[in-house]
Design a protein around this ligand. Structure first.
Ligand SMILES: Cc1cc2nc3c(=O)[nH]c(=O)nc-3n(C[C@H](O)[C@H](O)[C@H](O)COP(=O)(O)OP(=O)(O)OC[C@H]3O[C@@H](n4cnc5c(N)ncnc54)[C@H](O)[C@@H]3O)c2cc1C
Length: 345
C-alpha cells in the first residue's frame, strides 16, 4: 500500500514537497489554513538553485517569469526618504540565471504541478483545514484535523507529516517547541505590495498606492534556526524549518530545493524513513547554513547598521554599478546596431 503523508501548508515549500513525495511513490494530502488558494504575492528573485529545483520538479514550463529587458540606466532605483531617486545596482544586473517573478508565479506553477496535467494523479488539497494535535505512535502519526468551515474535528493516520506552514509554523510549535526557541528577531519590519500597474520608472509617490493595494505583506523580520529539522515522522521544510528572511532573497529557492530534495531522499531510501530524513538533512544543511549566514551581510545593503557602513556600502555599490552599467550599456548599443533596419516606408 502507498504511504500517506500529511503536508501542512500550500505555499512554495508545501507544494514542492508534495510533488517530490508523489514522485517518490507516496500519497501526499495537503491541508491549508486559508479557505482558498492565495494568488497575491510580492516580487522575488529565484536564484539558479531555485530555477534548477523547479526543473527537477517538472514545473519549469509552467513558470511565468518577468525579467525586464535591460535598458540604459538599468531597472533598479534607490529612493531616499526625501524622495530623491538614483539608479541602483539591481540583482538583474548580475550575470544571468536569475528569474524575476512574483511569489504567486511560483505558486501558480506548483499548483499546476500538483493538480496534474493528466500525466499524474492530482494531489488532494483540503482548504480551511488545520492540524490541532498530533501524536506519534509505533506505526505512524495520528493527527487531529479541524475543518474551519464546519468546525468539525476528525482524526487521521499518516506515515509522515511535513510541516510547511511558514515562519510561525504550528507544526513546529506542536512537535518541536515554542517559537521563542527557534525564532531570532532581527528588529526590523518589512512592507511589500504590488503596484496597480507597471510604472515606467519608480517615484517616491508610488509608495502611496499601498493604500489601494488589495494585498500586502507587513511583518517583522526573523530567522528560524533549528539544530534538527525532523523528529520521528515529522519533518519541517521551507520557512518553518530555516526561514532565512527577506534580506537573503533565498527563501523561495531554498523551499523549492528542500521540497524536491525530500522527494529524492525518500525515493533513494524506500522503506527506511529515518535514513531518508538523515540523508535529506545532511545533503541540504550546508547550503542552508551558508545562505542563512549570508543574510547578515546582505542586510547591510537594505538597512546599513550605521552611518559609516551606509556610506561605505553605497560607495562600493555605486562604483560596481557604474562599471556594470557601462558594460551592459555597451552591449545594449552593440546589439541595437546589429539589428538590421527595415525598408523605409
Ligand atoms: C517581502 C519579501 C520578499 C522576499 N523576497 C524573496 C526573494 O527575492 N527571493 C526568495 O527566494 N525569497 C524571497 N522571500 C521569501 C519567500 O517568499 C519565502 O521564503 C517563501 O515563500 C516561503 O515559503 P513557505 O512555503 O516555506 O512558507 P509560506 O509562504 O509562509 O507558506 C506557508 C503556508 O502555510 C499555510 N499555513 C500556515 N499555518 C497553517 C496551519 N496551521 N495549517 C495549515 N496551513 C497553514 C499558510 O497559509 C501558507 O499558505 C521574500 C519574502 C518577503 C516577505
Amino acid at each position: 500500500m502507498q504511504k500517506r503523508a500529511l503536508v501542512v501548508g500550500l505555499g512554495i515549500a508545501g507544494m514542492s514537497a508534495a510533488i517530490g513525495l508523489r514522485r517518490a511513490g507516496w500519497t501526499p494530502v495537503i491541508v491549508e489554513r486559508a479557505p482558498e488558494r492565495r494568488t497575491g504575492g510580492y516580487f522575488i528573485f529565484m536564484f539558479p538553485e531555485g530555477v534548477q529545483a523547479a526543473a527537477d520538479l517538472g514545473i519549469a514550463d509552467h513558470l511565468h517569469t518577468r525579467n525586464p529587458e535591460w535598458r540604459p540606466g538599468g531597472n533598479s532605483w534607490s529612493v531616499d526618504r526625501r524622495g530623491r531617486r538614483k539608479p541602483a545596482l539591481g540583482l538583474l544586473d548580475t550575470p544571468s540565471g536569475l528569474a524575476a517573478v512574483l511569489r504567486s508565479d511560483i505558486e501558480a506553477a506548483l499548483w499546476q504541478g500538483i493538480t496534474g496535467d493528466g500525466a499524474e494523479d492530482p494531489v488532494e488539497v483540503r482548504f480551511a483545514t488545520t492540524p490541532v494535535e498530533m501524536t506519534e505512535g509505533a506505526g505512524g502519526v495520528r493527527v487531529l484535523l479541524e475543518d474551519a468551515g464546519t468546525g468539525k474535528q476528525y482524526r487521521e493516520d499518516f506515515d509522515l507529516v511535513v510541516g510547511a506552514d511558514g515562519m510561525r509554523s504550528s507544526v513546529r510549535r506542536m512537535v518541536f517547541g515554542p517559537d521563542e526557541d527557534y525564532l531570532a528577531n532581527w528588529k526590523a519590519m518589512i512592507c511589500a505590495f504590488q503596484l496597480k500597474e507597471q510604472v515606467p520608472t519608480y517615484e517616491a509617490s508610488d509608495r502611496d498606492s499601498l493604500e489601494e493595494a488589495p494585498d500586502h505583506v507587513f511583518d517583522s523580520i526573523h530567522q528560524v534556526k533549528m539544530d534538527r529539522w525532523s523528529k520521528g515522522r515529522v519533518v519541517l521544510v521551507g520557512d518553518a524549518a530555516w526561514c532565512m528572511n527577506t534580506y537573503s532573497a533565498m527563501g523561495s529557492s531554498s523551499s523549492l530545493r528542500g521540497g524536491a530534495a525530500l522527494g529524492v531522499a525518500l525515493r533513494e531510501h524506500p522503506g527506511d524513513l529515518a535514513a531518508a530524513l538523515d540523508a535529506w538533512e545532511t545533503g541540504l544543511r550546508p547550503y542552508i547554513t551558508s545562505q542563512r549566514r549570508s543574510a547578515r551581510i546582505k542586510q547591510q545593503r537594505f538597512v546599513p547598521s550605521s552611518r559609516p557602513v551606509q556610506v561605505l556600502v553605497s560607495g562600493v555599490l555605486d562604483v560596481v554599478r557604474s562599471v556594470v552599467h557601462r558594460r551592459l550599456a555597451a552591449e545594449f548599443t552593440a546589439a541595437a546596431a546589429a539589428v538590421p533596419s527595415g525598408p523605409a516606408r
